[in-house]
Design a binder for this molecule. Structure first.
Ligand code: PRT
Ligand code: ZN
Length: 295
């Protein structure tokens, strides 16, 4: 019988590609990618990678062309809200990269106080389904002008009065004489899976991969923190350490009133955290990255 391999679709080239490849690499999967290659076989696990345009990924998952995919939540949500796609695929995990937001913007000269200002006006977007849902929840009726690209020029060429587009730094809005009016959707890369059950073989490959993905995401956020501190400060220090479970307390040779404290912090450790530790008498504080983690 032919070996069953899990098929994962990722974006071939664009704003999701680097993050997707880095994530798979951190999971221990090496992908040799030739120029114009659309398909790659992973040696370490029974997994094949499809390199495609991001817009094709939800449809491929729903049709069973692939089992899993990495895609921007904005594109997935637009697809999901479109006819007939409601329950064909599910978000399994948010991946924390390619963050952006879908926002409404108007010309600088326009006065904007609330969403009601868009009543009866024309809004250009590549995301008509998300926009339609947002407007209907807000009780505003506007004309949606669908554009595939260059949405930011719509007000200038009088195709629309406002736009609804992806914003990251805001530089594109500024360059086009537009100002942010309203954020309607926050997005990041997400791991999506076909809603139907996978074969038992594929399911177990998927579960093994998911444990690694979750480990990678957790280790990216986590730090290993070490310090020496007065024995009397251990409780106060435990309260300061962000997201730490029971820390390890070690004796320091020849210093009975001091201990070494080691802890895994599952949340960001800021400079201000270190300053607070220092106030409690901690010395020689080290914050180390964690390469791998399995919970
Ligand atoms: O070729 P393919 O179809 O695969 O790629 P694509 O051109 O459709 O998508 P791509 O690679 O541009 O974006 C893929 C995904 O990255 C998007 O669906 C978002 O989820 C996410 N993402 C993150 C962004 C941005 N940041 C972003 N800044 N997608 C687009 N932009 C564009 C935006 O459209 C606007 O033109 O960048 C401009 C705004 O950027 P700022 O920094 O000027 O605000
Ligand atoms: Zn695309």
């Amino acid at each position: 019988m032919e070996e069953q391999r899990l098929r994962i679709a990722i974006q071939k080239s664009g704003r999701l590609s680097d993050g997707s490849l880095e994530l798979l690499k951190a999971c221990g999967l090496t992908i040799s990618r030739g120029r114009d290659k659309l398909y790659a076989r992973v040696a370490e696990m029974p997994i094949d990678i499809l390199l495609v345009r991001d817009d094709d990924i939800p449809g491929f998952i729903a049709d069973g062309v692939c089992d899993v995919g990495v895609i921007g939540e904005n594109v997935f949500e637009e697809w999901r809200l479109s006819d007939g796609n409601h329950s064909a695929a599910d978000i399994i995990e948010r991946l924390g990269f390619s963050r952006c937001r879908l926002a409404l913007a108007v010309a600088n000269a326009e006065e904007y106080t609330s969403i009601k200002d868009l009543e009866g006006r024309r809004v250009a977007t590549s995301y008509p389904a998300i926009l339609k849902e947002f407007l209907s929840k807000a009780g505003v009726s506007a004309h949606i002008v669908k554009m595939e690209g260059s949405v930011e020029v719509a007000p200038r060429i009088k195709v629309a009065d406002a736009i609804c587009d992806i914003v990251s730094t805001g530089a594109t809005l500024e360059a086009n004489g537009l100002k942010l009016a309203e954020t309607i959707f926050q997005s990041e890369a997400v791991l999506v899976r076909n809603a139907l059950s996978l074969s038992p073989e594929k399911q177990s490959i998927f579960e093994a991969l998911l444990v690694r993905i979750r480990g990678v995401l957790q280790s990216r956020e986590s730090k290993y923190v070490m310090m020496n501190a007065p024995r009397a400060s251990v409780e106060a220090i435990r309260e300061i350490l962000p997201g730490a479970e029971a820390p390890t307390i070690l004796e320091l040779a020849g210093q009975p009133d001091k201990v070494a404290i080691h802890a895994v912090c599952r949340e960001s450790v800021f400079w201000s955290t270190l300053e607070k530790l220092k106030k409690e008498g901690a010395k020689a504080i080290l914050v180390l990255p964690i390469e791998k983690m399995m919970l």
